[in-house]
Design a binder for this molecule. Structure first.
Ligand code: 5GP
Length: 217
């Protein structure tokens, strides 16, 4: 089918919110990057944070880095869809870009923790698809945190110590993936996204499409 014809037959769809959560080091940032590169129909929700910028991070691409006063002002004026304190810093999701993308039928990817996921679930149950990524073992989690080597030993130790608590939230998620191999895990994320996009209730243009089919019979 030619591209023009495919577009004509495209069925209007409501965008979905895909959340990837995991303890740090389980690989969700790598999986997020792979997905954004491979799929033009999903965009990243760029969070605001008060944590210091790491080497290699770009302001506006990885996070919007803010001072605490600016962050608090955003909370107060309702500009954040959710927010939470993680490892002593504040993180939050700006509301406007998400609402704009969903309205336009585009999907939005969130790399946020379980606290943020709970808040999004309360606000947008029907639009939310949540995936929890588990590491295959503790030694692998530690290896990945060390390889990243962007944080000091003290921070790596504190993230390891918190991993057990974070991992306990897996039952709150729609899907759970054990990330043994990033390519395998990525295929699983893609499969979840493909299936969720085809959910009947998300395809808001279906009845018009079927009516048009029927009219031609
Ligand atoms: P990092 O400092 O390693 O980039 O992120 C630390 C944790 O904060 C990760 O679990 C990440 O998913 C989470 N996080 C990042 N942005 C947000 C956000 O906007 N809201 C919430 N609730 N968590 C976030």
């Amino acid at each position: 089918m030619a591209r023009g014809e495919r577009n004509r037959h495209r069925i209007a769809r409501r965008g979905l919110m895909l959340v990837l959560s995991s303890p740090s080091g389980a690989g969700k940032t790598t999986l997020s990057r792979m997905l954004l590169k491979a799929d033009p129909n999903i965009e990243l929700s760029v969070s605001v944070t008060t944590r210091p910028q790491r080497r290699g991070e770009v302001d506006g691409r990885d996070y919007h880095f803010l001072g605490l006063a600016q962050f608090k002002a955003m909370v107060k004026s309702g500009k954040l869809l959710e927010w939470a304190e993680v490892f002593g810093h504040c993180y939050g999701t700006p509301r406007r870009p998400v609402e704009k993308a969903l309205r336009a039928g585009r999907d939005v990817l969130f790399d946020i923790d379980w606290q943020g996921t709970q808040q999004l679930r309360e606000k947008a149950r029907d639009d939310l698809v949540s995936v929890f990524i588990l590491p295959p073992s503790v030694s692998e989690l530690e290896r990945r945190l060390k390889r990243r080597a962007q944080d000091s030993h003290v921070i790596i130790g504190s993230r390891m110590a918190k991993a057990a608590g974070e991992m306990s939230h897996w039952p709150e998620y729609d899907y759970v993936i054990v990330n043994r191999d990033k390519h395998e895990a990525f295929t699983e994320v893609e499969a979840i996204l493909a299936a969720e996009r085809r959910k009947r209730e998300r395809q808001v243009g279906l009845s018009a499409f079927v009516r048009a089919l029927q009219a031609r019979l």
